[in-house]
Design a binder for this molecule. Structure first.
Ligand code: AMP
Length: 177
């Protein structure tokens, strides 16, 4: 990465009690809006990856990072989306949140068996979202070769949860918190 860790962190804003009370939301909008930090982050995510066939982006902020990473790796981009957004036949999986549950979907024909797939998201928190995306890829016979995120909220234990659910999965975070 050509920019320092501090230069990137300076463009991530903590927003207390968003979207609900008690959550400190990491707003990456200033980092995305600045040409130097946006380029540095995309380049760093690309450098961490080996060759892949597809890059998965998780709705919605994952799309912003995954699409340029796919372009630079010469890979296809696959969106993993919330229910009701994808027009074709889908697979879906659900996962538990602190209160309630979430569902994610992917098009059934998104992966060919043996596809090497990198999953990209903005934040790794408890790991539930990333684990759900990994399940969707593997359901179709794709091989998840790594998860790359911009921010990891280490105190929420996502890395350990992923290691339990998907042993050996490489997890890369550019900025640990
Ligand atoms: P989790 O499933 O708990 O790992 O949560 C990760 C997903 O929720 C990512 O797609 C993030 O966009 C979002 N997320 C979770 N916590 C935060 C946070 N503190 N700030 C911004 N986004 C978050």
């Amino acid at each position: 990465m050509t920019l320092s860790d501090g230069e990137l962190r300076a463009r991530i804003v903590d927003v207390p009690d968003f979207p609900t009370a008690g959550v400190v939301f990491k707003d990456i909008s200033p980092l995305l809006a600045d040409p130097a930090t946006f380029v540095a982050v995309v380049d760093a995510l690309v450098e961490q990856s080996g060759p892949v066939d597809k890059v998965v982006g998780i709705e919605a902020r994952g799309f912003i990072l995954a699409a340029p990473v796919a372009y630079h790796l010469g890979a296809g981009f696959v969106p993993v989306r919330k229910p009701g957004k994808l027009p074709g036949p889908t697979h879906e999986t659900s996962y538990e949140l602190e209160y309630g549950s979430n569902v994610l979907q992917v098009h059934r024909d998104a992966f060919a068996p043996g596809d090497r797939v990198l999953v990209v998201d903005d934040v790794l928190a408890t790991g539930g979202t990333a684990a759900a995306a990994v399940r969707l890829v593997e359901h179709d016979g794709g091989e998840v070769v790594g998860l790359s995120v911009l921010l990891e909220l280490g105190f929420l234990g996502g890395r350990a949860a992923l290691a339990k659910a998907h042993p050996g999965l490489p997890v890369h975070a550019l900025l640990p918190y």
